[in-house]
Design a binder for this molecule. Sequence first.
Ligand code: ATP
Length: 404
Amino acid sequence: MNNHSNGTGFSSSTSTTAATTNTSVGQFSEAVSESSGGVMSYSGQILASPNLKVYSFADLVTATKNFKPESMLGQGGFGKVYRGWIDAKTLAPSKVGSGMIVAVKRLNSESVQGFAEWRSEVNFLGMLSHPNLVKLLGYCREDKELLLVYEFMPKGSLENHLFRRSEPFPWDLRIKIVIGAARGLAFLHGLQREVIYRDFKASNILLDSNYDAKISDFGLAKLGPSQEKSHVTTRIMGTYGYAAPEYMATGHLYVKSDVYAFGVVLLEVMTGLRAHNPKRPNGQESLVDWLRPELVNKHRVKHIMDKGIVGQYSSKVAAEMGRITLFCIEPDPKNRPHMKEVVDVLEHIQRINVVPDRSSTKSAVASSSRSSPHRYQYAYRAGAAGQRRGPSPRKLGVENEMVA
Ligand SMILES: Nc1ncnc2c1ncn2[C@@H]1O[C@H](COP(=O)(O)OP(=O)(O)OP(=O)(O)O)[C@@H](O)[C@H]1O
């Protein structure tokens, strides 16, 4: 057993483990001290020290009832995620059915990338706190086992709602979610030493019971460039369809590479179509390449909007969404907006959505029999409705799979 909790939610072994997770934590602590520790920024905070519970593997076996298959919430590129139970006050593992629900990610410890992802998650999420970032509660590293314990997000991911459900996802929830996610990214980009998230996509936007968005999965996050530099150079990793062209071509990663990926998610939210789907006809596999020309003409934008949500947004809103999306997916990173500007524009779009024949989006949505937020029921079931709109996104650069 490597680590033990001292029951206070923080233990000396937390810092020992953090210190031994090498380079990125060193850099990160530096970035934190540059920002003088415990600083508020865009209503978020860099914690003076990580506040994570250290679990033993046996703790998490108890919490998840031995990772029973029925409690699996989902599966990502680096491991499986299970529903678990802990005591809400002490965060100690509890019996299934008592205390509070958490999500326990068990990483594939055989893979080098699995360890890198685990370390990055502990380093970044352990130090950052913001209403639009998912909360990491604790972790376990024992022999080959690497696990992470997160707050449970009962409404699943944006990807689930957009692409795996038979019912169209209401427009007002779509816009609320992208605003939350934009605030989360703006927080990361607004830190004194910027954090580049690098894997922004619909499946990494998780939703709480109120459909408030929280960005999860900091496995690929990087500290931004120091001082004069505009970018960091890294191995190409991420997910097909979302990675910015400059990053794919050169490995140069900018804060604005995240803005590009955000623009791709906006396009998915508008159209209800996946960023990349090899099953679409020739020339339509990449959503951006296929639909960018439509975004240029504000009168054509309405034709690419998801047919399932007609009547829930005004044409002005569709045109404005088209404009900000186009701005985010500009080929040259310098021409893309800052996330703070994107937040302002999206908040404006949310305010101006007056739908014809109705006085507000809310009433528009409420009067739609198919997609009222009250009627829109979502019970968390992993992969509930199968692949409504194409296969899951494919990871770039996992292990030795490099992309030319
Ligand atoms: N905190 C959480 N609460 C509820 N469900 C979660 C939580 N974290 C993850 N999940 C579920 O588990 C699934 C897998 O998550 P994970 O982060 O491992 O992979 P991913 O983001 O879907 O893909 P990849 O890691 O390959 O990019 C998610 O899509 C989501 O459905």
